[in-house]
Design a protein around this ligand. Structure first.
Ligand code: NAD
Length: 478
């Protein structure tokens, strides 16, 4: 069986423990490869390699660094088909989605930040004509990047690319559930002659590898995307060392549909925003609020469309939902559907494992009605193909519902009243608001959440600011 290796100092190396973990194909429900069960000693080697590579990498000109990164971007694009197939097999997501979105975005992440550093600038302040203040933005050192399983290469490169572009070297850990495209990225680095030690990839469990990175005194900055509880653990560990942290965490995103909206567009996009990637995107809307005047019509038409969504073999072109990522996650989603029923919800469609010709973990897209705002189903992140739907009467009421969870990542608003759109957007407690659209992710825009959805922002200049330390230099003008 194929065994993935760690990538440390430009070499493919086995874990020091000699032990491996099984890696599953969730559509088949079978082990198809193995990943290193690495520990703190492997992280130590990676950190030492990254430390040693830092002086040379951070001293390159921006053009030189940019060129190295463009080489990676180009090679990701050249290997699109193979990377997309690997992502689909590892994660269960439809192949067409990986080909259209995940892998092109991974290439774009490298290209965007390779280009952005060529146009970067810093502050300059003239103090009363007597002094000049300017800000140097310097790389920090060894950056730790830890990513989740839902958009594996997309989010892995979203962290690594700005960290490298800013002149840091990196120790990165992909999710142990979806390691394959991170491994292929290390192959790509090798192929294009990426400088040794600049990017190091260590595979394994979060509790061993992730925590060793967080605890390491020579990793002063951590970019993490994952669950809120893991984020809290990382924050607690990093606090005594005053590490710089960016934590992109869970969500329970409201999708607010006013009765003056373009109904066709709201219906079509809500299908996507509810069930894309099997509902396993942190930005998916999971709580739908529909204004009473159109509630019955919207609900009936929405449920009818949901029933048509094809679930099955992720490699088939006409499949809309593939497998969910793992057996534990499959069980978790089904347990939430059972909980919703206990809490008084009515399942309008779905609600059970999907019947397919495969042996893996498939769940029908599910819509649930009739739940109280405060119940667990409406408060906790399910992260699967499950949405709740409920009516509302007034703007004030829906804002209270929308803002009434511990999370604050993203929200969507549907209305044809521009004034209302501005007013509601300003009052939503989320880091991102989409009006009459969803998941438009311009790489230049700030990305992140509030409340228990995280701290810090990534994306565009925010990412370059996060991965650099500002230093003010003050010089008399005469
Ligand atoms: P997770 O928190 O279980 O794992 C994320 C990563 O952290 C993995 O690589 C894991 O190995 C590692 N990890 C686990 N324990 C660790 C520890 N103690 N120290 C350091 N690292 C550790 O999350 P997941 O199940 O992989 O991903 C799903 C979650 O990610 C959902 O909550 C989802 O909302 C969130 N997510 C958020 C965003 C965002 O941008 N806000 C994007 C995607 C996913």
């Amino acid at each position: 069986m194929f065994q993935i290796k760690n990538y440390i100092n430009g070499e493919f190396v086995p874990p020091n423990s000699g032990c491996y973990l099984d890696n599953f194909n969730p559509a088949e429900g079978e082990v198809y490869s193995q990943i290193p069960d690495s520990d703190a000693s492997d992280v130590e080697l990676a950190v030492q390699a990254a430390k040693a590579a830092f002086p040379a990498w951070s001293s390159l000109t921006r053009e030189e660094r940019s060129q190295h990164m463009l080489n990676v971007s180009r090679r990701i694009s050249e290997r699109l088909d193979e990377l997309a197939a690997a992502e689909s097999t590892d994660n269960g997501k439809p192949l067409w989605l990986a080909k259209k979105v995940d892998i092109p975005r991974a290439s774009d992440n490298f290209k965007f930040f390779a280009t952005a550093i060529l146009h970067d600038s810093s502050e300059l302040h003239d103090t009363d004509g007597l002094y000049l203040n300017y800000t140097l933005r310097q790389p920090i050192g060894v950056a730790g990047c830890i990513s989740p399983w839902n958009l594996p290469l997309y989010l892995f490169t979203w962290k690594i690319a700005p960290a490298l572009a800013s002149g840091n070297t990196v120790v990165a850990k992909p999710s142990e559930v979806t390691p394959m495209t991170a491994y292929l990225l290390s192959e790509i680095c090798d192929e294009v002659g990426f400088p040794k030690g600049v990017l190091n990839i260590v595979h394994g469990l979060g509790a061993k590898v992730g925590s060793a990175m967080t605890e390491h005194p020579d990793v002063p900055i951590i970019s993490f995307t994952g669950g809120t509880e893991t984020g809290k653990t990382i924050a607690r560990t990093a606090a005594p060392m005053f590490k710089k942290l960016s934590l992109e965490l869970g969500g329970k995103n409201p999708n607010i549909i006013f009765d003056d909206c373009d109904l066709e567009n709201a219906l079509r996009t809500s299908l996507n925003s509810s069930f894309a990637n099997q509902g396993q995107i942190c930005l998916c809307g999971s709580r739908m609020y529909v204004q009473r005047g159109i509630y019955e019509e919207f609900k009936t038409r929405f449920v009818a469309e949901v029933k048509k969504l094809k679930v099955g073999n992720p490699k088939a072109d006409d499949v809309k939902l593939g497998a969910v990522v793992s057996k534990p996650h499959f069980d978790k989603i089904l347990s939430y559907i059972a909980l919703a029923k206990e809490e008084g919800g009515t399942v309008l469609c779905g609600g059970k494992p999907a019947e397919t010709d495969m042996n893996g973990w498939f769940i029908e897209p599910t819509v649930i009605e009739g739940l109280a705002e405060t119940c667990r189903t409406n408060q906790e992140e399910i992260f699967g193909p499950v949405v709740t739907i409920q009516p509302f009467d007034t703007e004030e009421e829906v804002l209270q519902y929308a803002n009434g969870t511990q999370y604050g990542l993203a929200s969507t608003v549907w209305t044809s009243d521009l004034t209302k759109a501005h007013r509601v957007a300003a009052q939503l407690h989320t880091g991102i608001v989409w009006v009459n659209c969803w998941l438009v992710r311009d790489l230049r825009t700030p990305f992140g959440g509030v409340k228990n959805s995280g701290v810090g922002r990534e994306g565009g200049w925010e990412a370059l600011r996060f991965f650099t330390e500002p230093k003010n230099v003050c010089i008399p003008l005469s």
